[in-house]
Design a protein around this ligand. Structure first.
Ligand code: PMP
Length: 338
């Protein structure tokens, strides 16, 4: 019989799917690593399981313990899956800009969710980082995973996402394009691929309102770069230890509007109902079109499923209120005029 022992064994080995319509005019083929096929519908299942395995192995997580994490939802989902199977309690802190769907899903998996304000600095005692840290000190037999600085995060991608892409492309991948939040996905995947072929380029997708691009280009942590934005899961106001700036060759910033419009195009034109940051990743790639040649092979690693954004990016009123719907209609006119 072909039976998995538990749901955690279904993590990874996600398909690569070629894009056609939204990449018309690109000089080369573009493939998507569709991480929505993971059981928690996001790539974060990989690093969540790795963080739990590593914490169990060195005794930071003990039987009956409590998992604490600050998460925008996807890491929480992966941790909740592991917690259900292995018998841990979960407490997640998150920020108040996250989709309601994401928080409801975490609660459905038995986790406790504490919503913290978005527009306070990371050091503020009300921030979702600070609250997670405090709870981990107060609750006995608890462990704060801290996905930003916990290097099991990028190791998960070094051990699984990178090797899968290398194998699935027969070693022909030349570029990866990846949204950057904690930095784990691009740093681990990119390191593995560059070890196989040093010419592989890793392009990180950043947001306006985030510090990454300026830091990479100047070495300066410029607080003026930090301001609120809408895109979820990418861009930061801190420099997480998981971001390996030596692995990332270039950061490309994408506007909230362009990411949202592209997410909707991926759903309607390619049948790929994906998260907001997947739209940002493909929009960022299109901005970089002139850097590519015909024999390049791009893999865009996407993070999560569109079901988490039904009330936002996939809702016309939400788009209209932000002035994004007019932009979408203009793009549609342009496409139909071609
Ligand atoms: N997109 C989404 C929706 C995410 O939740 C995350 C994780 N913060 C990312 C992109 C970025 O991934 P990473 O943290 O591995 O850089």
């Amino acid at each position: 019989m072909e039976v998995k022992n538990n749901i955690l064994e279904t993590i990874g080995n996600t398909p690569l799917v070629e894009l056609h319509k939204v990449v018309k005019g690109m000089p080369c083929r573009v493939l998507m690593k569709v991480e929505t096929f993971n059981p928690g519908h996001s790539i974060k299942d990989r690093m969540a399981l790795k963080m739990v395995d590593d914490a169990e192995a060195d005794g930071r997580l003990r039987p009956g313990g409590t998992i604490i994490e600050c998460t925008s939802g996807n890491t929480g989902m992966g941790l909740a899956l592991a917690a259900c199977v292995r018998g841990y309690r979960c407490i997640f802190t998150t920020s108040d800009k996250q989709s309601k769907e994401k928080l409801d899903i975490l609660r459905a998996m038995g986790a406790e969710v504490i919503v913290c304000p978005t527009n306070v600095s990371a050091e503020d005692p009300r921030s979702y980082y600070s609250v997670a840290e405090r709870l981990s000190k107060e609750i006995p037999n608890s462990f704060w995973f801290n996905q930003y600085d916990n290097l099991s995060n990028r190791k998960a991608h070094y051990e699984s996402t990178g090797p899968e892409i290398w194998r699935q492309t027969d070693g022909q991948v030349t570029h990866i394009v990846v949204g950057v939040g904690t930095g784990g996905t691009i740093s681990g995947t990119g390191k593995y691929l560059k070890e196989q072929n040093p010419a592989v380029q890793a392009w990180g997708i950043d947001t306006y309102g985030s510090v990454f691009k300026k830091y990479k280009e100047t070495g300066e942590f410029d607080e003026k770069e930090i301001y609120p934005y809408i895109t979820e899961g990418i861009g930061e106001d801190i420099l997480p230890k998981n971001v390996d700036f030596d692995v990332i060759d270039h950061f490309e910033k994408v506007t909230d509007k362009d990411g949202a419009v592209m997410a909707r195009r991926l759903a309607r034109e390619e049948g790929l109902l994906l998260g907001y940051s997947a739209g940002s990743a493909v929009a960022g790639l299109l901005q970089l079109k002139d850097k590519l040649k015909s024999d390049d092979l791009v893999v865009v690693v996407i993070h999560d499923h569109g079901s988490r954004y039904i009330g936002k990016v996939y809702n016309d009123d939400w788009m209209r209120e932000r002035g994004f719907l007019d932009a979408e209609l203009k793009v549609r006119d342009l496409i139909s005029a071609k």
